[in-house]
Design a binder for this molecule. Structure first.
Ligand code: S3P
Length: 174
Protein backbone atom coordinates (compact mmCIF):
# COMPACT_ATOMS: atom_id res chain seq x y z
CA UNK A 1 0.00 0.00 0.00
CA UNK A 2 0.96 3.65 -0.29
CA UNK A 3 1.24 3.68 3.50
CA UNK A 4 4.43 1.65 3.34
CA UNK A 5 6.07 4.41 1.34
CA UNK A 6 4.98 7.12 3.75
CA UNK A 7 5.96 6.02 7.25
CA UNK A 8 4.73 9.10 9.08
CA UNK A 9 1.62 10.68 10.52
CA UNK A 10 -0.16 13.38 8.55
CA UNK A 11 -1.63 16.14 10.72
CA UNK A 12 -4.27 18.45 9.28
CA UNK A 13 -4.55 21.91 10.81
CA UNK A 14 -6.60 24.99 9.92
CA UNK A 15 -9.58 27.07 10.89
CA UNK A 16 -13.06 25.68 11.59
CA UNK A 17 -14.67 24.65 8.31
CA UNK A 18 -11.45 24.33 6.29
CA UNK A 19 -12.19 20.69 5.42
CA UNK A 20 -9.90 18.84 7.83
CA UNK A 21 -12.32 15.98 8.54
CA UNK A 22 -13.38 15.43 4.92
CA UNK A 23 -9.84 15.59 3.53
CA UNK A 24 -8.66 13.39 6.41
CA UNK A 25 -11.12 10.68 5.42
CA UNK A 26 -9.86 10.74 1.82
CA UNK A 27 -6.24 10.49 2.99
CA UNK A 28 -7.15 7.59 5.24
CA UNK A 29 -8.64 5.72 2.29
CA UNK A 30 -5.73 6.50 -0.02
CA UNK A 31 -3.06 5.46 2.49
CA UNK A 32 -4.90 2.78 4.43
CA UNK A 33 -4.16 4.61 7.67
CA UNK A 34 -6.63 5.02 10.52
CA UNK A 35 -8.12 8.51 10.77
CA UNK A 36 -8.56 10.20 14.13
CA UNK A 37 -9.93 13.59 15.10
CA UNK A 38 -8.67 15.35 18.24
CA UNK A 39 -12.16 16.76 18.98
CA UNK A 40 -13.59 13.22 19.00
CA UNK A 41 -10.76 11.89 21.18
CA UNK A 42 -11.39 14.73 23.63
CA UNK A 43 -15.14 14.09 23.76
CA UNK A 44 -14.41 10.43 24.55
CA UNK A 45 -11.85 11.36 27.19
CA UNK A 46 -14.13 13.88 28.89
CA UNK A 47 -17.33 11.88 28.23
CA UNK A 48 -18.90 15.17 27.16
CA UNK A 49 -19.61 16.95 23.88
CA UNK A 50 -17.26 19.86 23.03
CA UNK A 51 -20.04 22.36 23.69
CA UNK A 52 -20.45 21.10 27.26
CA UNK A 53 -16.71 21.08 27.91
CA UNK A 54 -16.54 24.77 26.93
CA UNK A 55 -19.67 25.65 28.90
CA UNK A 56 -18.87 23.71 32.08
CA UNK A 57 -15.06 23.74 32.23
CA UNK A 58 -13.99 26.58 29.94
CA UNK A 59 -11.63 26.95 27.00
CA UNK A 60 -8.41 26.59 29.00
CA UNK A 61 -9.45 23.17 30.22
CA UNK A 62 -10.34 22.18 26.65
CA UNK A 63 -6.87 23.28 25.45
CA UNK A 64 -5.29 21.13 28.16
CA UNK A 65 -7.24 18.15 26.88
CA UNK A 66 -5.96 18.92 23.39
CA UNK A 67 -2.39 18.77 24.75
CA UNK A 68 -3.10 15.48 26.55
CA UNK A 69 -4.51 13.92 23.38
CA UNK A 70 -1.54 15.10 21.27
CA UNK A 71 0.78 13.59 23.86
CA UNK A 72 -1.01 10.26 23.65
CA UNK A 73 -0.81 10.29 19.85
CA UNK A 74 2.97 10.87 20.16
CA UNK A 75 3.58 7.56 21.96
CA UNK A 76 6.65 5.93 20.36
CA UNK A 77 4.80 2.70 19.57
CA UNK A 78 1.73 4.44 18.09
CA UNK A 79 0.62 3.34 14.60
CA UNK A 80 0.86 5.84 11.72
CA UNK A 81 -2.31 7.85 11.41
CA UNK A 82 -4.13 10.70 9.74
CA UNK A 83 -4.87 13.22 12.50
CA UNK A 84 -7.38 16.02 12.02
CA UNK A 85 -7.35 18.70 14.71
CA UNK A 86 -9.59 21.38 16.22
CA UNK A 87 -9.17 24.81 14.64
CA UNK A 88 -7.79 26.40 17.82
CA UNK A 89 -5.24 23.75 18.73
CA UNK A 90 -2.40 26.02 17.58
CA UNK A 91 -3.26 28.76 20.08
CA UNK A 92 -1.17 27.07 22.78
CA UNK A 93 2.59 26.96 22.38
CA UNK A 94 2.86 23.48 23.86
CA UNK A 95 0.36 22.22 21.29
CA UNK A 96 2.30 23.80 18.42
CA UNK A 97 5.43 22.00 19.60
CA UNK A 98 3.61 18.66 19.94
CA UNK A 99 2.02 19.02 16.48
CA UNK A 100 5.38 19.65 14.81
CA UNK A 101 6.87 16.58 16.49
CA UNK A 102 3.99 14.39 15.45
CA UNK A 103 4.64 14.21 11.70
CA UNK A 104 3.95 15.97 8.41
CA UNK A 105 1.76 18.99 9.12
CA UNK A 106 -0.58 20.37 6.46
CA UNK A 107 -2.34 23.72 6.86
CA UNK A 108 -5.59 23.88 4.89
CA UNK A 109 -5.98 27.57 4.22
CA UNK A 110 -9.36 29.19 3.52
CA UNK A 111 -10.64 32.76 3.39
CA UNK A 112 -12.85 34.27 6.10
CA UNK A 113 -15.75 34.54 3.62
CA UNK A 114 -15.54 30.87 2.71
CA UNK A 115 -15.32 29.87 6.39
CA UNK A 116 -18.39 31.94 7.14
CA UNK A 117 -20.32 30.23 4.33
CA UNK A 118 -19.29 26.78 5.51
CA UNK A 119 -19.94 27.27 9.23
CA UNK A 120 -22.98 29.56 9.26
CA UNK A 121 -25.51 26.75 9.55
CA UNK A 122 -23.50 24.62 11.99
CA UNK A 123 -24.37 25.14 15.62
CA UNK A 124 -21.84 22.78 17.18
CA UNK A 125 -19.08 25.36 17.43
CA UNK A 126 -19.13 27.18 20.77
CA UNK A 127 -16.76 29.93 19.63
CA UNK A 128 -19.07 30.94 16.78
CA UNK A 129 -22.17 31.29 18.96
CA UNK A 130 -22.06 35.03 18.86
CA UNK A 131 -24.02 38.04 17.59
CA UNK A 132 -21.52 38.68 14.84
CA UNK A 133 -19.87 35.45 13.67
CA UNK A 134 -18.44 37.10 10.56
CA UNK A 135 -16.44 39.60 12.61
CA UNK A 136 -15.37 36.90 15.08
CA UNK A 137 -14.15 34.69 12.23
CA UNK A 138 -12.15 37.55 10.70
CA UNK A 139 -10.51 38.48 14.01
CA UNK A 140 -9.68 34.90 15.00
CA UNK A 141 -8.37 34.06 11.55
CA UNK A 142 -6.03 37.06 11.59
CA UNK A 143 -4.72 36.01 15.00
CA UNK A 144 -4.28 32.39 14.04
CA UNK A 145 -2.84 32.54 10.53
CA UNK A 146 0.75 33.14 11.75
CA UNK A 147 0.34 30.24 14.19
CA UNK A 148 -0.82 27.81 11.50
CA UNK A 149 2.01 29.03 9.31
CA UNK A 150 4.55 28.50 12.10
CA UNK A 151 3.51 24.84 12.56
CA UNK A 152 3.08 23.65 9.01
CA UNK A 153 5.29 21.81 6.53
CA UNK A 154 2.84 22.43 3.67
CA UNK A 155 0.14 25.03 3.04
CA UNK A 156 -2.68 24.25 0.62
CA UNK A 157 -5.51 26.49 -0.50
CA UNK A 158 -8.58 24.53 0.50
CA UNK A 159 -10.99 27.06 -1.01
CA UNK A 160 -11.87 25.79 -4.48
CA UNK A 161 -10.41 22.32 -5.12
CA UNK A 162 -12.43 19.31 -4.07
CA UNK A 163 -11.41 17.22 -1.07
CA UNK A 164 -10.11 14.27 -3.06
CA UNK A 165 -7.88 16.49 -5.22
CA UNK A 166 -6.47 18.12 -2.10
CA UNK A 167 -5.79 14.72 -0.52
CA UNK A 168 -3.87 13.65 -3.66
CA UNK A 169 -1.92 16.94 -3.58
CA UNK A 170 -0.90 16.25 0.01
CA UNK A 171 0.40 12.78 -0.86
CA UNK A 172 2.44 14.15 -3.76
CA UNK A 173 4.22 16.57 -1.40
CA UNK A 174 4.50 14.52 1.81
C1 S3P B 1 -12.35 25.31 17.83
C2 S3P B 1 -12.60 24.50 16.74
C3 S3P B 1 -13.40 23.25 16.84
C4 S3P B 1 -13.35 22.68 18.25
C5 S3P B 1 -13.72 23.73 19.25
C6 S3P B 1 -12.81 24.96 19.21
C7 S3P B 1 -11.54 26.56 17.64
O1 S3P B 1 -12.91 22.30 15.91
O2 S3P B 1 -12.07 22.20 18.54
O3 S3P B 1 -15.05 24.11 19.01
O4 S3P B 1 -11.04 27.12 18.64
O5 S3P B 1 -11.39 26.99 16.47
P1 S3P B 1 -13.15 22.37 14.30
O6 S3P B 1 -12.03 23.17 13.72
O7 S3P B 1 -13.06 20.93 13.88
O8 S3P B 1 -14.49 22.96 14.08
Amino acid sequence: SLGETLPKNIILIGFMGCGKSTIGRHLGKLLGYPVVDTDELIEAKASMPINDIFAKRGEDYFRQLEAAVLQELSAPDAPRRIISTGGGIVTRKVNRRLIKQLGYVVWLQVSADEIYKRTARNHDRPLLKTENPKQVIETMLTEREPLYSDCSDLTLDSGDLDAEEIACGILESA
